[in-house]
Each structure stands twice: as C-alpha cells, then as structure tokens.
Design a binder for this molecule. Structure first.
Ligand code: S0N
Length: 308
C-alpha cells in the first residue's frame, strides 16, 4: 500500500525489511557482490561490493552479478530485484581501469573480457523489474547499468533512485559518462538506450562532452525516475518494490517485454511472442492440441470462438 492508503485507513506503513544473505543456485558464495533476499517480501537485493574501487566491476564481479540475477530470476518467490552499490560514494564507477588490457578486462585469466555486455542483456530481458538504487557516482559502464533499470532518485546529497523500463531502481549522486576521456565507449545500449531516454541531442552532448550531471539534472532529463534524500533511499526503493509487487506479475512481465520490444527488434518480438505462448498454454484452447496428441485423436478446435 502506498502512504495515502495507509493514511486513509489509519494504518502505519512499515518500511522495515529484514535481509537474509543468499547464495547462487549451486550454493556458491560471492566475493565481489552481496546477494540478499528480504524475508517474506519477494524482494532480492544485489550489491556491488568493491567500495574501495568505487564499485568498479572486474570480470569476476560481472560473473557473480550474472549468477545472482539468474538465481533471482529462477526464484519464484522473488518479484522484484534491487541493484545497488556498497556505500554512498558510488553506485558503480564502470569497468576497473587498472585491469583493462588490449582485449578487455582481465583479472584471473590471461585474456580480457567485456562480459558486462552479457549482464546488460540479462537485465534487459529478465522478466522481473530491476530497480537501480543509486547512491553516489554512476560513471561509464556503471551509468549504462542504471539506465537499463527502473529508477527513482532522491534529492538531498544529489542522490538518485532510478526506475526505467520496468527493470531497475538506482540511486545516483552524480552521473558521469566519461568513457571517451578514458578511451572507451559503449556504442551499444550505452548509446541507443541513452538516446531513447534523453533524446538524441542530449545524448550527443553527454557522450561528446563527458560532463558531470547531478541527480536533479538527471531527473529533469528523464534519466531517473525520482530523487530523494540519502537517508530515505532504501526506504523509498522498498516502497517502489512493494507497489510493484501489489500488481499482477504476468502484467508486469508482459509490460516489461513490451516496453523494450520495438527497440529490441527480433529479440524484442521473441520475448513478447514467448509471453503470448506462455499465456496460451494456460488456456483450454491451447491445451486441446496437446491433449489430442497425447490421446491420439484429432484436435477439436471448433468449440472455441473466433473472437472479433
Ligand atoms: C568515480 C570517481 C569520480 C570517484 O572519485 P573519488 O570519490 O574522488 O574517488 P577516487 O579517489 O577517484 O577513487 C577511489 C579509489 O577507487 C579507484 N577507482 C575508482 N574508479 C575506478 C575504476 N573505474 N577503475 C579502477 N579503479 C577505480 C581509484 O583509483 C581510487 O583508488 P586508490 O585509492 O587506490 O587511489 C573517480 O574515481 C573516477 O573518475 N573513476 C574512474 C571512472 C572511469 O573512468 N570509469 C571507467 C569508464 N569506462 C567503463 O566503464 C567501460 C565500460 C565497459 O566495460 C564497456 C562496456 C561496453 C562497451 C565497451 C566497454 C569498454 O570498456 O570498452
């Protein structure tokens, strides 16, 4: 219930949440992230845990994020996922530049990777909302991650919580797209989604000039959904999660796919189409073909109306 519901009904809204540490589907633990589930809430929280690097990601970080998102997707008790960064200085400062080699980022292997691209696709296609809870800097590849999420933002301390395309919530202090300055760029989602969100002219400005933007500027641009005081960030994020969880999970699932479909081409169509199939399988008409096959008879579709 939102606060107005509680006010009208004389109830006190509780924003208290008890988090329980979670592991991946194989019971493996994490080093670069913290993965938690809110007890009895349907909310998972994934925290990038490299505050000493301003939550910059290395290949290992991305591998762990992918594992946690996979678990949250497969856990039918989870309806919404929060992505955030440890501490209040940065949501994520992008790729770990100290590990950047000629062929991508390398940590425990002698070749480089750009596996953040896999994570971007995963977040985009995950059939549950992802909310970016952003406190502090969201830079480069970190900025791209929050853009792929649903987000709200918060005002004091220029903290931003973001909710986009029914995927993430993030909290952002300052958004900076500095990749041209450090000799990298994201010509994929980092450009196309940005252009969709803020318009092609503003996206050019952001990419070509590589300036800092505050949370309130980001809010005005439509880059984040809401800006709130830092101390209210998690509380507000939880409120958003609970509001989402009140709604039909199937409606949310189809809407997330639909909001991405035009931009995602064949992949977008496949996702929306897959949801149609999923829903059709649950109908009597959808069941008739399978039942007839199993019973070795001709299917009888004549009893189903041909709706106008
Ligand atoms: C975030 C900033 C502005 C914070 O400033 P602040 O608070 O003054 O802290 P610092 O003292 O600067 O930093 C504290 C410690 O953290 C280390 N650190 C910070 N960010 C990084 C980072 N990204 N990589 C490695 N280390 C980082 C500092 O070095 C410092 O360490 P110590 O204490 O040991 O000195 C400020 O920190 C800042 O500007 N950071 C750099 C931001 C940046 O350049 N990010 C990279 C942007 N590029 C990408 O994200 C690439 C994305 C990507 O992978 C990709 C995706 C798609 C297609 C292509 C690519 C591609 O890479 O090519």
């Amino acid at each position: 219930m939102d606060d107005s519901y509680h006010r009208i009904h004389g109830e006190v809204a509780s924003h208290e949440v008890e988090w329980k540490t979670a592991c991946d589907e194989y019971g493996k633990e994490f080093t670069d992230i913290i993965y938690e589930k809110a007890i009895g809430e349907g909310i998972a929280k994934i925290t990038i845990n490299r505050p000493e690097r301003r939550n910059a990601f290395r290949p290992q970080t991305i591998k762990e994020l992918i594992r946690a998102f996979n678990d949250a997707r497969d856990d039918s008790s989870i309806g919404v996922i929060i992505l955030t960064g440890k501490g209040t200085k940065a949501f994520c400062s992008g790729g770990d530049q100290a590990l950047r080699k000629a062929d991508g980022y390398a940590d425990f292997e002698n070749f480089g990777r750009l596996n953040v691209l896999d994570l971007q696709v995963q977040i985009r296609r995950l059939p549950k909302p992802v909310i970016a809870m952003v406190a502090g800097y969201a830079v480069g590849g970190g900025h791209v991650l929050h853009m792929l999420c649903c987000s709200c933002s918060f005002h004091l301390w220029m903290v931003v919580l973001m909710l986009h395309a029914c995927a993430f919530v993030a909290l952002i202090r300052i958004i900076w797209l500095d990749m041209p300055q450090v000799g990298s760029f994201d010509a994929g989602y980092g450009s196309s989604i940005m252009s969709r969100l803020v318009g092609p002219k503003k996206a050019r400005e952001m990419w070509f000039l590589a300036r800092f933007y505050t949370a309130s500027e980001a809010e005005k641009m439509g880059l984040v959904n809401a800006v709130v005081p830092l101390e209210k960030l998690e509380q507000e994020t939880i409120k958003w999660c609970r509001e989402i969880l009140r709604n039909s999970p199937t409606a949310i699932r189809v809407l997330k796919a639909a909001l991405n479909a035009v931009d995602d081409g064949h992949a977008g169509l496949q996702e929306v189409g897959g949801n149609a199939t999923l829903i059709f399988y649950g109908t009597e008409e959808g069941n008739e073909g399978k039942t007839a096959y199993v019973e070795r008879r001709r299917p009888n579709f004549s009893k189903f109306s041909r709706r106008p």
